[in-house]
Design a protein around this ligand. Structure first.
Ligand code: S3P
Ligand code: PEP
Length: 466
């Protein structure tokens, strides 16, 4: 057990006063629903960065439209990219056409709002270094607490002028990058143990460094390796040569980034709460268009949910998850951004669970380990923080308020608990807009589908049809 202080949980306020808590719907019957989720945050923001650096105009089809993608779009526009919404066939909003930025920044000083988006605060500063101009980076209050030292030190080691407000060397947001339009690159050693995004950030721009990049990690293991593999895969897809054959070394050859026309897969991590709903209600949730092959960490749901007792099948591109009479406790290592959803299910399980390899979640949107322990135990649960994760034991939960800590995945964890425990309310459900603004409506629709199916089964006279 480590003694980290639980993060402060504050009620959310709007300009018109306190926003009421969201009464999480209780599943009075097993859910039976088919759900499609919006585009992947990680893929959308990677392809936006690559489009801004590409050798011609690119198109993203069915991209994510959420706070994190909007922040990325605005950041790239500030740096000189032209990004236009064009009609597409995505269910959650238009496609995006991107005309890349040129070496000269459109104005001598730009202001980049990172919000709470790790992909914006880590991926955009190296890109700003490739512009000839000054960019001031800042974000939400909690963004100033997220680990940034590694990317700051890396850029400084590459010769980029980067300063804090007082002119000294910053260790976190806010800071100013004075780009010259050129970065030489070469061999760079970093400690990326606090976030895989430090590696991804540098790899994404490495081909545009004059000498390319040989990135080497030293230190404790890099977390969220799946996300680095995703970065390497998307780079190769746009013609960039990346050698990752030696562990903890990535060699990116200098060269062009090919313009592309790319469909964005749905966000499999955000599919998690919906799939978890099948277990929490003992029902069935289907997700069509589940990719046959993917670099998204969310593909792990297939094994995670099976380990927790669900019946999981993937046929004709449809992932079907059916929950059984009970949720089984289990041990999971390195669940990365899936951990809050997994933890919610563990809190409903009939046996103990142990989550390991997620110490770095303390640097996510909030200190997720402390937040999960606080909120699960607030409802009568039995969760404990360990040095690198959580232990969650069976306990009967009761009604109460789940605080979100401005963390979309804490809010959706609260929604999952609410399916199985009557009387749960989620503070600041609107924080789901970080990656899924449609969440409250999608959740209601998922529950309504089961009710509609029940009505149909009852038939016109009210009796069940056989
Ligand atoms: O590169 C990415 O798109 C991400 C990498 C991971 O970050 P960490 O390595 O900090 O966990 C993940 O948790 C985050 O949600 C998205
Ligand atoms: C850690 C996450 O986000 P970010 O990209 O802001 O790091 C997340 O979405 O779970």
């Amino acid at each position: 057990m480590t003694g980290s202080t639980p993060p402060a949980a504050t009620d959310s306020h709007s300009s018109t006063g306190t926003v009421p808590h969201w009464p999480a719907p209780f599943a009075s019957r097993p859910i039976n629903a088919t759900v499609t989720v919006p585009g992947s945050k990680s893929l959308t923001n990677r392809f936006l960065v690559l489009a801004a650096l590409a050798d011609g105009p690119s198109r993203l089809r069915a991209p994510l439209h959420s706070r994190d993608s909007a922040l990325m779009i605005e950041a790239l526009r500030q740096l000189g990219a032209t990004i236009t919404e064009v009609p597409g066939d995505g269910a959650f909003g238009p496609d995006l056409e991107v005309t890349p930025l040129s070496r000269e920044a459109p104005s001598s000083k730009t202001h980049i709002d990172c919000g709470l988006a790790g992909t914006v605060m880590r991926f955009v500063p190296p890109l700003a270094a490739l512009r000839n101009g000054v960019s001031v980076f800042d974000g939400d209050p909690h963004a100033r607490k997220r680990p940034m030292g590694t990317i700051i030190e890396a850029l400084k080691a590459l010769g980029v002028a980067l300063t804090a407000d007082d002119g000294g060397t910053p260790s976190s947001l806010p800071f100013t990058v004075a780009g010259t339009g050129e970065v030489r690159g070469g061999h760079l050693v970093i400690d990326a143990s606090a976030s895989s995004q430090f590696v991804s950030a540098l790899l994404l721009v490495g081909a545009r460094f004059t000498d390319g990049l040989h990135l080497e990690h030293v230190g404790k293991p890099v977390p969220s390796l799946d996300h680095i593999n995703m970065t390497v895969a998307v780079l190769r897809g746009v013609g960039v040569s990346v050698d990752d054959s030696v562990p903890n070394h990535w060699v990116v050859a200098p060269g062009p980034i090919r313009a592309f026309d790319q469909r964005i897969e749905q966000d499999l991590s955000n599919a998690g709460p919906f799939l978890a709903a099948a277990l929490a209600s003992g029902g069935t949730v289907r997700i069509p268009d589940w990719p046959a092959g993917t670099t998204q960490v969310g593909d792990l749901w297939r094994s995670i949910l099976a380990d927790m007792g669900a019946d999981v099948s993937l046929a004709d591109g449809v992932l079907t998850v059916t929950g059984g009479p009970e949720i089984k406790g289990a041990d999971f290592d390195e669940t990365s951004e899936l951990a809050p959803t997994v933890a919610a299910l563990c809190a409903l399980a009939s046996g103990p669970s142990r989550l390991t390899g997620i110490a770095h979640l303390r640097g996510h949107e909030t200190d997720r380990l402390a937040a999960l322990v606080t909120e699960i135990n607030r409802l009568g649960g039995d969760a404990e923080e360990t040095s690198d994760g959580l232990v969650i034991r069976p306990a009967k939960l009761h009604a109460g308020v789940v605080h979100s800590y401005a963390d979309h995945r804490m809010a959706t964890a609260g929604a999952i608990l609410g399916l199985a425990v009557p009387g749960i309310e989620v503070q600041d459900i609107a924080t789901t807009a970080k990656t899924m603004p449609e969440f409250p409506q999608m959740w209601a629709d998922m529950l309504a589908q089961g009710a509609a199916a029940d009505k149909r089964a009852e038939g016109p006279t009210g009796g069940t049809q056989h």
